[in-house]
Ligand binder design. Structure first.
Ligand code: CTP
Length: 401
């Protein structure tokens, strides 16, 4: 996700400095080229060699470090970066930057750079709550600097409260948001995910193998790109994306009701959920016993997406087609029958595509029948590709109107 991105990681002197090693590893895993800048006191907590070995780049610790082509170090780094993240950010560094002090490499770099700067503060709870720190943060925010809220919990100093460095996953999410285009700003998107479950009796149900990963990734990526997202999730073991409005449901009928309750302002619906097409005609209130003759009567669930297609208006509708055969023919038939703008088709019986994997192999088919083929990608990358396509179609629609 961060392939080709240049990230500057500023590390300041707090016990949470060891967690920035984990952050560095995540950044590298996602493809970023990372340059680490350490303050003098940060070097009391973690050795520069750790960051140097993991990043494969020289760690900057001195203000007068010169880089190649005789450019002043901080200017050279500040010019070619995409983002600067300071994690952990102490009360001291926040105070210095808020008041224009540039007396070491990191503070000078912050003054010199024009790229987005993200602070992930970590400090004692009382320091965090102090009016001085809060005033400095407000001042920096008003100037366009980005801040993460520290987490609550047990702190290294023995107290409990707010002040822990935010989770590495959350810092990564904010970094990705700052590096994403804001091309879905203004869109209000309902995204469904996961399977539905239709009860047979209190212990058994009809469901399918959908994990929810595709829908959850779409929701996260759409939010990063500026959309207002509501995730409507069937039963899934995945953690709820931090701060993302999520409504849980179990059955197809519940999912349909929740969608309609939230439809008024939605400009787009992406149905990534694998909705059960049938439900037991009757649910037994007691567990059905083994002995005896059994026959399961089914009745159809509503086709939620086809229902949305009937009242579509200007809303953009994206469907998924989970197929095991005749992929393109079946997907095209679904676009027409359900009145969709776009369908994402995948062969769920192919290795590396479909329900429980972390990857998917998709084809996107437009309303006019054009097919776009994609290789195997992570579901996060697939979400990017789908949303790229949505943005392009929206632009085209806008021009045609
Ligand atoms: N869908 C829906 N309601 C249903 C079944 C499916 O809204 N009761 C949606 C899915 O979320 C998906 C699209 O319709 O976006 C296609 O789902 P799929 O299961 O591939 O197709 P079906 O319409 O159920 O047809 P079939 O099972 O016969 O292939």
């Amino acid at each position: 996700m961060l392939q080709g991105k240049e990230v500057l990681l500023g590390v300041t002197g707090g016990i949470a400095a060891y967690k920035s090693v984990l952050l560095l590893r995540e950044l590298i895993k996602e493809g970023a080229n990372v340059h680490v800048i350490m303050t003098k006191s940060a070097q009391n907590f973690v050795a520069p060699l750790t960051f140097q070995t993991l990043s494969g780049n020289q760690v900057t610790t001195e203000i007068f470090t010169l880089f190649s082509s005789s450019k002043i170090g901080h200017i050279s780094l500040a010019d070619r970066a995409d983002l600067l993240v300071i994690a952990p950010a102490t009360a001291n560094i926040i105070g210095k930057i808020a008041n224009g002090i540039a007396d070491d490499f990191l503070t000078t770099m912050v003054m010199a750079t024009r790229v987005p700067v993200l602070f992930a503060p970590a400090m004692n709870t009382n320091m965090w709550a102090s009016p001085v720190v809060q005033a400095n943060i407000s001042r920096l925010k008003s100037m366009g600097y980005n801040f993460m809220e520290p987490a609550e919990g047990e702190l290294a100093c023995g107290t409990t409260g707010r002040g822990k460095l935010a989770d590495v996953d959350e810092i990564m999410e904010d970094i990705k948001t700052l590096l994403s285009p804001n091309d879905l700003a203004g869109e209000k998107i309902l995204i469904t995910a996961g399977p539905t479950e239709e009860a047979i009796d209190p212990v058994r149900c009809i469901t399918n193998r959908s994990s929810g990963k595709m829908g959850y990734n779409l929701a996260m990526v759409a939010r990063r790109r500026g959309a207002e997202v509501t995730l409507i999730s069937g039963p899934s073991c995945l953690p709820v994306p931090c701060g993302l409005p999520t409504i849980h449901c179990t059955t197809a009928l519940e999912m349909e009701r929740i969608i309609h309750e939230n439809l008024d302002n939605a400009t787009m619906v992406i149905m990534a959920a694998a909705v059960a097409d049938f439900r037991p005609a009757e649910k037994s209130e007691k567990k059905i016993k083994r002995l005896g003759d059994h026959c399961l009567d089914l009745e159809p669930n509503p086709d939620i997406l086809a229902g949305l297609g009937k009242i579509k208006g200007k809303r953009f509708l994206v469907g998924f087609a989970a197929e095991t055969n005749d992929l393109v023919a079946n997907a095209r038939e679904k676009i027409n029958r359900k009145n969709l703008d776009m369908i994402v088709a995948n062969n769920v019986s192919t290795c590396g595509a479909g329900f429980c994997c972390d990857t998917n192999i998709i084809k996107i088919i437009d309303r006019d029948g054009t097919i776009y083929d994609f290789p195997q990608m992570s579901k996060e990358q697939v979400a990017e590709v789908i949303l790229d396509h949505v943005v392009a179609s929206r632009k085209k629609d806008g021009k045609e109107q």
